[in-house]
Design a protein around this ligand. Sequence first.
Ligand code: SF4
Length: 265
Amino acid sequence: MTNPKSKNSSTLENQPPRGRRDGSNAKPRARPVRSPYSPAEVHEIFRRFSVQRPEPKGELEHINPFTLLVAVVLSAQATDVGVNKATRALFKVADTPQKMLALGEAKVGDYIRTVGLWRNKAKNVIALSEALIRDHGGEVPDDRDQLVKLPGVGRKTANVVLNMAFGQHTMAVDTHIFRIGNRLGLAPGKTPEQVEQGLLRIIPDEYMRHAHHWLILHGRYVCKARKPDCPVCVIADICKAEEKTNDVPAPLVEIAPLEPVGEIQ
Ligand code: SF4
């Protein structure tokens, strides 16, 4: 939930923009919205997630950083289940940029025909394989600026790859994390990047490695979009969401990994 606009906002908007300290007319950057959670509360939220799922895994199957990158590119507007079905056969014959390029766009298209937007994605998979060979010696770069230059790769995809393949403390904000950041007020923001920055500011370092997966899984299976399942929520006593229906936290026990749900990313 974002903060409501102040009653005075229209008056303020009508005032001429104030100059910046550096004297430039550049637009001032939006102030980050403060999280209403204390550091101790944020720590406790992630401690409980870490007890529930000590080693959370992403649900996209992959063999190496390259196949992870391809799987994440294919997962836009598609389900993890659908992507896994297509990539199981594809990665058997092409698990490097060189092999993918040799396979060619038409054959890649044949493998991924069941995945939404497959024509465009086949083009991107070939183009990003070419770019990896040309600019990075066939390796996936561990740098966001380089990753987002690759065809079909945006900030979210880059963050997933940096986190899962290289262990970097990134936060890839998908629909679940965006909703949780705003619904709970953990990191309110109007854009995924604002939520990303808010979460990066408050999550303790020790939990950053897995925070992205914990939040996705919490959003996917408990704090669901239509109706949060508060009675089974382990952070119900800490949560400050207006929609919450229960204050008593569910028992804190380790839970077995679930089968991926067929959900559009
Ligand atoms: S108590 Fe309800 S609203 Fe709050 S995090 Fe849990 S499921 Fe979501």
